[in-house]
Design a protein around this ligand. Structure first.
Ligand code: GLV
Length: 335
């Protein structure tokens, strides 16, 4: 790595306006900060122009920082500071080869994201979105219907957690509070959580066959792309719900549509999509047995501020010549 010390007048490009607390910290330092103020992400050609000239890039998961973008970066680009825990939008290998730091924002969003995953699970099981539509559109005609909007019980049921990392573990603790039996699948075993929560490590097929709720908490990478496909959806119980708050491409949406339409599974709750924003013509949106959200699992006032502050702190550490606390590509230090 070249000498990174001294942040005076370092040029920073921020691809979206950050919460005020994070902007204040940035502005309190002597950076030359340029913020893309539109609500939509900057076009790729703007990012390419910027990386040729700036020293630091603060970006969101919507920005594709791929090989082309990183190869366009000049020698002066020291770091890419992502405001998110997932960083599948960044080609980390290419950044590492060029000696560029990549950082993310783990930990601060764990509980908020787990809150939302569990909210979506409960909303899906108890048909909250349909119930809301029913009342608001005047479809509620009978005062109390014995068979109206029947859902699935959650208390005491089996939850299958795919990916028992920080967020998966936080979901498991919520499930424990609902007296659920917890099974999980991961590439690593988490014996501490097995002891703490009585979680049982199983293979993926067993998890899919035994769970009443399947919730996905893996990062997107080649091995998790379409992890939930037609074959695996067919393994799930007819009464089960599938919840995804990780990354859209982990589930094959075409297969999920068939599974919901033909009732191989009972319902799904999706916060993340193969393409975001998802197209209004996405056939999944025509179904009643899916509860949907626009990728908001970490979206609480406090957490989004913490994420932005964390990205700024990673940037400041970099330009003060320290190792940023949330460095993703530690191999870069060997350069
Ligand atoms: C949000 O999806 C994140 O990765 O932080």
């Amino acid at each position: 790595m070249k000498n990174l010390s001294g942040y005076n007048r370092k040029k920073i490009f921020v691809t979206r306006k950050l919460p005020e607390a994070a902007m204040k910290i940035l502005e309190s330092k002597a950076f030359d900060v340029n913020v893309w103020t539109k609500e939509t992400p900057p076009p790729k050609k703007v990012i390419i122009e910027k990386v040729k000239n700036v020293n630091g890039l603060i970006c969101l998961l919507t920005e594709k920082i791929d090989e082309e973008v990183i190869n366009a970066a000049g020698e002066q680009l020291r770091g890419i500071f992502q405001v998110a825990v997932g960083y599948d939008n960044i080609n980390v290998d290419v950044a590492t080869k060029k000696g560029i730091y990549v950082t993310n924002t783990p930990g601060v969003l764990t509980e908020t994201t787990a809150d939302f995953a569990f909210t979506l699970l409960m909303a899906t099981a108890r048909r909250i979105a349909e119930a809301d539509r029913c009342v608001k559109t005047g479809k509620w005609k009978i005062p109390w219907g014995l068979m109206m909007l029947l859902g699935q019980d959650i208390w005491g049921k089996t939850i299958g957690i795919i990916g028992l990392g920080r967020i998966g573990g936080a979901v498991a603790r919520r499930a424990k509070g609902m007296n659920m039996k917890i099974v999980y699948y991961d590439v690593y075993r988490n014996e501490n959580l097995e002891k703490e929560l009585g979680a049982k490590y199983v293979d993926l097929e067993t998890l899919l066959r035994e769970s009443d709720f399947v919730t996905v908490h893996v990062p997107l990478m080649p091995s998790t792309y379409h992890l939930i496909n037609e074959e695996r959806l067919k393994m799930m119980k007819k009464t089960s719900c599938l919840i995804n708050t990780s990354r859209g491409p982990v589930i094959d949406e075409k297969a999920l549509y068939k599974a919901l339409k033909e009732e191989w599974i009972w319902a799904a709750g999706l916060d993340v999509w193969e393409n975001e924003p998802t197209d209004l013509n996405n056939p999944l949106l025509t179904l009643d047995n899916i509860t949907v959200a626009p990728h908001i699992a970490s979206a609480s006032y406090a957490t989004r501020t913490k994420m932005a502050v964390m990205a700024v702190e990673n940037l400041i550490a970099t330009f003060e010549g320290r190792i940023p606390p949330n460095l993703v590509n530690k191999e870069v230090l060997k350069k």
